[in-house]
Design a protein around this ligand. Structure first.
Ligand code: SF4
Length: 300
């Protein structure tokens, strides 16, 4: 019989491994929708290859993409969750366990010392962002396998107020017409708006955690999401950048308030292999996930 810490570590290791192999339900549905809407012959071939890749990943129990990224966790943890004190250490252990069991590619290189730890952990990795939720005993964890070609190389800037919201559009479109193809389309575009370079950057990552096809609850931001989606689709990148009518799975904007003299904005791009997971534990470690309906955990 496992202790609570051992069980939580084991569930997280298996969940992370599962997300490396099987894409989230909403991403699969969106890829099917875009595949069916494309009429370019090459786009059809690429989607067929993607779905064959996914079928083989599950049959052979291998990762969806060779770059299994850096493990990132956004934790929304209640102050009364019984494992709050152990959580960061156990997520590190879960990452090591998933690295060897799944397996995941070794993607943690100690900076300056320049050696690969071989375990996907290092100084400050995996990345853990915390939101502490008062008066709650549950814990919600977003997992993300962040690839070196997609959502690790985001970018951020702080605009002068005179540049206005048009400045955000220019910033995004300038980047999409240059580095957009660095990741494998169709892309999920995360845009963060805030008061500084770091708040905008974190907002842009959180934007990628929203369900595909969701919209900002601010009507003006939601309108900008739609306009940017149409504008980026009009670039004609298509799947894998080989041409097509649909270049994006969606555009998500997350925003927080700003100082009147600045507009911080950031761009973060998820690729077609958008390996995000979302799992929620209660205090007894019963869990639910709304991203991976096929995830089954068997305690051994
Ligand atoms: S952009 Fe995504 S699908 Fe392409 S190589 Fe990187 S992780 Fe894999």
């Amino acid at each position: 019989m496992k202790t609570g810490v051992e069980k939580l570590t084991d569930v997280m290791a298996h969940f992370l491994g599962h997300t490396a192999i099987r894409l989230p339900d909403d991403v699969i549905a969106k890829l099917e929708e875009l595949r069916d809407k494309e009429d370019h012959p090459l786009a059809k071939v690429i989607y067929r290859t993607m779905f064959r890749n996914q079928r083989l990943a599950e049959e052979l129990q291998r990762p969806s993409c060779q770059d299994t990224g850096v493990s990132q966790y956004w934790v929304r943890c209640g102050t009364a969750f019984p494992y709050i004190n152990e959580l960061e250490d156990l997520l590190r252990e879960a990452t090591i366990q998933a690295t060897f069991e799944t397996p995941l590619r070794h993607n943690s290189v100690e900076t300056f010392d320049e050696y690969n730890t071989g375990k996907n952990v290092g100084k400050g990795t995996p990345t853990v962002w915390w939101d502490i939720i008062p008066h709650s005993d549950q814990c919600e964890i977003y997992t993300y396998l962040s690839g070196g070609g997609c959502s690790l190389p985001g970018c951020a800037t702080v605009l002068m107020p005179g540049e206005g919201y048009e400045g955000i559009v220019k910033f995004v479109m300038d980047r999409m017409t240059s580095y957009g193809l660095n990741a494998c389309p169709p892309l999920l575009i995360g845009i963060g708006v805030g008061t500084s370079v770091e708040t905008a950057a974190l907002n842009s990552k959180k934007a990628l955690m929203r369900p595909v096809d969701s919209h900002s609850d601010n009507p003006r931001a939601a309108k900008m999401e739609k306009l940017l989606e149409d504008g980026i689709n009009a670039l004609g990148l298509g799947p894998q950048g080989m041409g097509g009518h649909y270049s994006v799975m969606g555009v998500h904007i997350e925003n927080t308030a700003r100082h009147p003299s600045v507009i911080g904005c950031a761009l973060n791009v998820g690729c077609w292999s958008h390996r995000r997971g979302h799992i929620i534990f209660d205090k007894d470690l019963n869990f639910t996930t709304d991203t991976h309906s096929h995830f089954v955990y068997e305690e051994k």
